[in-house]
Design a protein around this ligand. Structure first.
Ligand code: NAP
Ligand code: ZN
Ligand code: ZN
Length: 350
């Protein structure tokens, strides 16, 4: 038995999102059924809906920053009960056996990480559908807890924008005394600023937009550099311990590599559609490192949520109704969002 659920789906790469219905699997004994209250809008939703990375299966229901209330649990679920607040991020399953899974790095599962949307669903072989929908059925091992002191709507983007920036800042051991650059002040970028500041670093935002200077400072940046201003960029040469690049479209990364100190690291989290190129000297002369980072595992995602609970960190959001989603995508593409859209999923019912 399956449940028919309302959702917003895109039927093809060049089509808008529209009201549709999807099937959710009958919950198994380890499954949690979550009624979705809020869902954040990540730039990855747009890349996938528009097939910019290839491999999108249609209809596609994006959304991987999901918070809601538990509606039902299977007989073997131990950590959640009906009525609990709960969350689902970018992953809904993995093989659980490979070395990555055993090291709590399910996002790098060597079989195949099962992403919240556009992945093969393990239990049914169907495709997974994301959070722009009434509810979702997820194995309890991939369901997260939101600290009770945090409001739900601004917590939703922690599930992707939060963990994607927390994880590399932790891995590269960002701390007091370090200078950290954040490139791009969007959904990921604004959370990176909050975390790098909370870890004690001197935080510099690189943005193309002068209109974001004041906001960046309020979010926790100590300096803001307008990336189109060559002189200001030159002044930052060889001064950074770490630069986190969150930019979603093609841009020059040599410029940023040259701002690193000797042995400094640049981490890419943004995923432009086009390949990235850079000059070898940008790495070699000062033995710089270029790395990547993909979301985070379930254990680290819960650690990040608990950290946010302790420090009262949530996202800066603009709440929208689901019928505003196509307009929201256009605004994200113009970098016109402060700093994450979150959909009030109650609007799907009305
Ligand atoms: P977003 O809200 O659109 O933010 C991206 C920011 O990049 C913009 O606000 C803008 O900042 C800057 N930017 C955009 N185009 C640019 C260009 N041509 N040149 C220079 N700067 C530009 O997107 P997001 O949701 O934060 O996601 C960012 C990227 O990360 C996307 O590619 C997304 O798919 C990817 N992502 C990766 C992971 C992962 O696990 N690695 C997880 C989630 C998302 P300014 O206006 O300040 O210049
Ligand atoms: Zn995302
Ligand atoms: Zn695995």
């Amino acid at each position: 038995m399956t449940k028919i659920t309302k959702a917003y789906a895109t039927p093809a790469a060049d089509k808008k999102l529209q009201l549709d219905t999807i099937q959710r699997r009958e919950p198994g004994e380890k499954d949690v059924v979550l009624d979705i209250l809020f869902c954040g809008v990540c730039h990855s939703d747009i890349h996938t809906a528009r097939n910019e990375w290839g491999g999108t299966i249609y209809p596609c229901v994006p959304g991987h920053e999901i918070v809601g209330r538990v509606a039902k649990v299977g007989s073997k679920v131990t950590r959640f009960k009906k009525g609990d607040k709960a969350a689902v991020g970018c992953l809904v399953d993995s093989c659980r056996k490979c070395s990555s899974c055993r090291e709590d790095l399910e996002q790098h599962c060597e079989a195949v990480p099962i992403f919240t949307y556009n992945s093969p669903e393990k239990q049914t072989g169907w495709v997974t559908y994301g959070g722009y929908s009434e509810n979702i059925v997820v194995d309890e091992d991939f369901v997260l807890r939101i600290p009770s002191n945090l409001d739900l709507a601004p917590s939703a983007p922690l599930l992707c924008a939060g963990i994607t920036t927390y994880s590399p800042l932790k891995r590269f051991n960002v701390k007091k005394g370090q200078k950290v650059g954040i490139v791009g002040l969007g959904g990921l970028g604004h959370m990176a600023v909050k975390f790098a500041n909370a870890f004690g670093a001197h935080v510099v935002v690189f943005s193309r937009s002068k209109s974001k200077i004041e906001d960046a400072k309020k979010l926790g940046a100590h300096e803001v550099v307008i990336s189109t201003d060559e002189l200001s960029m030159k002044k930052q040469k060889n001064t950074f311990d770490l630069i986190l690049d969150t930019v979603s479209s093609k841009h020059d990364i040599d410029t940023y590599l040259n701002l690193l100190k000797r042995s400094g690291s640049m981490v890419l989290v943004g995923v432009p559609q086009e390949p990235i190129s850079f000059g070898a000297f940008s790495l070699i002369f000062q033995r710089h490192q270029l790395a990547g980072s993909l979301i985070g595992g379930i254990k680290e995602t819960q650690e990040m949520l608990d950290f946010c609970g302790k420090k009262n960190i949530v996202c800066d959001i603009e709440l929208i109704n689901i019928d505003q989603i196509n307009e929201a995508y256009e605004r994200i593409l113009k970098s016109d969002v402060k700093y994450r859209f979150v959909i009030d999923m109650g609007s799907l019912k009305s």
